[in-house]
Design a protein around this ligand. Structure first.
Ligand code: HEC
Length: 145
């Protein structure tokens, strides 16, 4: 092989390496971290969730206690939603204590669950693995909580 041909191939390889690196570390790793859903209210909801130790019975993103259901997607789950969550939060149930929460606290919890809903799916039941290794969930409402 001629020296010029070798140089040409090497320069193509080096150029590809740089282009690939730039793409991977900019566009390739860009993910929606849900920043726009982090509001003062959702922060307050997260703090309350920690202070009142709701995690003792509930999971968020699949982690936590197992006495109550996973709350990650309670806002968008079929047959549930914000109004449903508000009723449970205001009254408690036979198995969940009534925390005597104020309107503001309940709204903060709803804002926090809206944030978790936009940033995670749990439990994950059905998904497709794409050719490039990324994952797509099937219809979000079919996950069932
Ligand atoms: C002692 C365990 C326990 C604790 C602590 C607890 N919960 Fe619950 N929670 C439950 C159970 C159990 C249910 C399911 C309703 C039922 O079967 O009575 C539930 C249901 C819910 C639901 C409805 C979810 C759904 O998908 O049906 C929400 C929302 C909720 N809890 C929020 C909270 C929040 C917020 C806190 C903290 C302030 C909390 N829970 C603390 C046990 C608990």
């Amino acid at each position: 092989m001629k020296l010029n041909t070798k140089r040409f191939i090497i320069s193509i390889l080096i150029a590809s390496f740089f282009i690939y690196s730039v793409v991977i570390y900019t566009v390739g790793t860009r993910v929606d971290k849900g920043e726009k859903w982090i509001t003062e209210q959702s922060r307050q909801g997260k703090l309350l969730f920690q202070k009142k130790n709701c995690i003792a019975c509930h999971q968020i993103y699949g982690l936590g206690g197992f006495m109550g259901p996973d709350l990650t997607n309670v806002i968008s789950a079929l047959g549930k939603g914000p109004d449903f969550a508000k009723v449970i939060l205001s009254n408690g149930t036979e198995r969940m204590p009534n925390y005597h929460l104020s309107e503001n606290e309940i709204d903060a919890f709803i804002a926090f669950f809206t944030y978790t809903d936009k940033t995670g799916i749990s439990p994950v039941k059905d998904f497709n693995i794409n050719y490039n290794g990324t994952v797509n969930w099937k219809d979000k409402n079919e996950k069932g909580n």
